[in-house]
Design a protein around this ligand. Sequence first.
Ligand SMILES: Cc1cc2nc3c(=O)[nH]c(=O)nc-3n(C[C@H](O)[C@H](O)[C@H](O)COP(=O)(O)OP(=O)(O)OC[C@H]3O[C@@H](n4cnc5c(N)ncnc54)[C@H](O)[C@@H]3O)c2cc1C
Length: 250
Amino acid sequence: MARAAVPGRLSWRVGRLAEARQETPTARTLVLDVPGWPGHLPGQHVDVRLTAEDGYSAQRSYSLAAPAEGGRVELTVQSVPEGEVSAYLTGVYSTGDPVELRGPVGGWFVWRPAGTQPVLLVAGGSGIVPLMAMIRSRRAAGSRVPFRLIYSVRTPGDVYYADELRRRARDDAGLDVTFVYTRAVPEGWPHPPRRIGVTVVNTNGWPPALTPDCYVCGPTGFVETVADILVALGHDPRRVRTERFGPTGG
Ligand SMILES: Cc1cc2nc3c(=O)[nH]c(=O)nc-3n(C[C@H](O)[C@H](O)[C@H](O)COP(=O)(O)OP(=O)(O)OC[C@H]3O[C@@H](n4cnc5c(N)ncnc54)[C@H](O)[C@@H]3O)c2cc1C
């Protein structure tokens, strides 16, 4: 018996590039128009599929960077050296071009705007993408839940959404942002380059007694280190949610 097509979020949809913004020399935000997009929660991702004229196709996961606005979906893609899909999306993909998307995917690494617990976000590099969706959704929903973001990058030029983060840290009441630079610091910065360790998390996170919801996202090694630190500091492992941006594909 023929199987019926799976309707809704598991089917592939065609999106087209409406706008693009360069976030850093190697990262690009893509604003896509996706007719029929069902909406999503901050933290979820999509699968993106590219198909060449000869039928060869490649598929990768990308986090949703902002709350849904009707059929508009935002992704931010970091160009990975020798990267098949990221090189195309950051370099070649142009306004009006199609791409296939499937999603939203993921039900654990999400923040619900009705949440009441304080939130700690810890990002490494491009791991800021789903956490930025949470920060943007908090504001859009008028939530007063206090958020703290610790954002680790190599150099000041690697910060995604730099102007917006500076503005939100000033204007979004209850949002604190801490930058950690691992290779080069801005002029006059009070610390030399350093990595996120116990001291940074202890000083800039929440005390475990407040039972915050913690979201950690970035490269696999980064995520494992930070999750271990949070648990060692006494945070409930069930409140530490992680997303690893390791290689994907198929
Ligand atoms: C749930 C999830 C969400 C993700 N969200 C984002 C996102 O919002 N933005 C984003 O830019 N990426 C994100 N990624 C990573 C993304 O899916 C791809 O892995 C990445 O774009 C590389 O794909 P590529 O085809 O360019 O590289 P490939 O051709 O697959 O790989 C090229 C080379 O780079 C290495 N490599 C592949 N992926 C990575 C990586 N992530 N880090 C370091 N080296 C890598 C490979 O081992 C290989 O050596 C996410 C991954 C997951 C699992």
